[in-house]
Ligand binder design. Structure first.
Ligand code: SF4
Length: 410
């Protein structure tokens, strides 16, 4: 089988592994609803584009190889090849299309072959970055060695200096984690579940603390204790993880408690949430798919915890530990806390401004700069600096006055 045929085989099911997001151009109203870039509306629009034939045949060909437009940490857009060294796996995770014993055609690359295949695509300007994972064959340590060999060939023999996201395998050793951090821009290991109890029902042969959480803790220890010049390009890489959502009865509070720990203690750049979709011929094939809106609410809440200064206790959890699907969590908090005590835009500090719906970190910066020049007196002033006024208006004062009555002007 040639390399392109292998990439095509491997790309089947890679959509189940969210990494850097696929780029989708959204209408302005969708941006307001989808800060994660990953809402049901986005997914529908992507499918519509393909079905209506708007996506070019080159794009379709690239997608068939596993190459997608993706947003990098920092916001740059690139064509990212998302693939595996092998789709053979000796483990039997209940949700996974690559699990051992499942009957489908598998493909395997040797490290040198993968490195050269990618560099050919890179030099032809077809793929600008690489996300590389693998099924487990011969144990986590040996599989990790093959991933490291691939990265080493790319960086040191083929002199590739572009974006590389390298997966850490369950059971990898600490030295291997450090080596990956010397070669990659981002490293990640999928926790899959929020705790040991839930992982047992999802992936019975993975060990939550020792195999999955420990490598993330090692990575943060290495970043804290060793000089950054030892990392790739003089920086230690960012860290991320992924959770499968809705397969085994875990609630949002469980997932977000673990996410909050990872964000605050291990400085995780990003947690990815993947709404469960049943895969035929797996033990969970008869479980219903999870509602994609749940994934969206988890993303929104994780950003509120990471970037907006909110705590878990601020979030509108229901008694069963789930977030309501029909309410934006920031709006829910504001309705409870700001409806009667609106924030004065001209005096509030950064922390207070960040709590207002429609105002994000960039909006706060713009408000603080605008205030140096004079008072912000009406919604037009706020709109001109990028605030989503329809969302912010019920919760703010402008020069001592509620701006609600001005909404009809917009
Ligand atoms: S170890 Fe990874 S590839 Fe293998 S079955 Fe589990 S999730 Fe799938």
């Amino acid at each position: 089988m040639d390399a392109q045929a292998k990439l095509e085989l491997l790309s089947n099911n890679m959509h189940l592994e969210p990494a850097e997001e696929r780029r989708i151009d959204l209408p302005p109203s969708a941006h307001q609803l989808a800060p994660c870039g990953h809402s049901p509306a986005d997914l529908k629009s992507a499918v519509d584009q393909v079905q209506s034939g708007k996506e070019s045949s080159l794009e379709t060909r690239k997608n068939s190889l596993g190459i997608h437009n993706a947003v990098m940490p920092g916001g740059k857009h690139i064509a990212l090849l998302k693939t595996l060294l092998t789709s053979a796996c000796e483990r039997d995770c209940y949700y996974c299309p690559f699990r051992a014993g499942r009957d489908f055609r598998r493909a395997t690359f040797k490290p040198d072959e993968m490195a050269r295949t990618f560099i050919d695509l890179n030099r032809a300007n077809i793929a600008e970055g690489l996300f590389l994972s693998s099924g487990i064959a011969g144990g986590g340590v040996r599989t990790q060695d093959r991933l490291l060999d691939t990265a080493d060939i790319l960086r040191n023999k083929l002199h590739y200096r572009g974006y590389l996201h390298l997966k850490i395998m369950p059971g990898a050793e600490r030295d291997q984690v450090e080596r990956a951090m010397q070669l990659a821009d981002r490293v990640s290991i999928n926790l899959e579940a929020p705790n040991t109890r839930r992982l047992v029902d999802l992936a019975p042969h993975k060990v939550f603390i020792e195999e999955l959480l420990r490598p993330l803790q090692w990575a943060e220890e290495i970043r804290k204790t060793k000089p950054a010049r030892l990392g790739w390009n003089g920086h230690w890489p960012s860290l991320s993880t992924q959770f499968v959502v809705g397969a085994v009865g875990e609630n949002d509070l469980e997932i977000l408690s673990t996410t909050a720990y990872l964000t605050r203690q291990l400085h995780l750049a990003r947690a990815y949430f993947s709404a469960f979709t049943p895969v035929p011929d797996t033990p969970l094939e008869n479980k219903p798919a999870e509602n994609p809106w749940r994934e969206h609410r988890l993303y929104q809440t994780s950003f509120l915890l990471r970037d907006y200064g909110f705590d878990l206790e601020d979030m509108p959890f229901m008694p069963n530990g789930y977030l309501p699907l029909d309410v934006d969590p920031k709006v829910a908090w504001a309705k409870q806390n700001l409806s009667e005590s609106p924030i004065e835009i001209n005096r509030a500090d950064r922390r207070e401004l960040l709590r207002v719906p429609g105002i994000g970190p960039k909006g706060v910066d713009a408000i603080l700069i605008a205030r140096r020049k004079g008072k912000l007196r009406d919604l037009k002033d706020l709109k001109s600096i990028g605030v989503i006024v329809a969302r912010a208006a019920p919760f703010v004062l402008l020069d001592g006055r509620r701006p609600m009555q001005q909404l009809s002007l917009w």
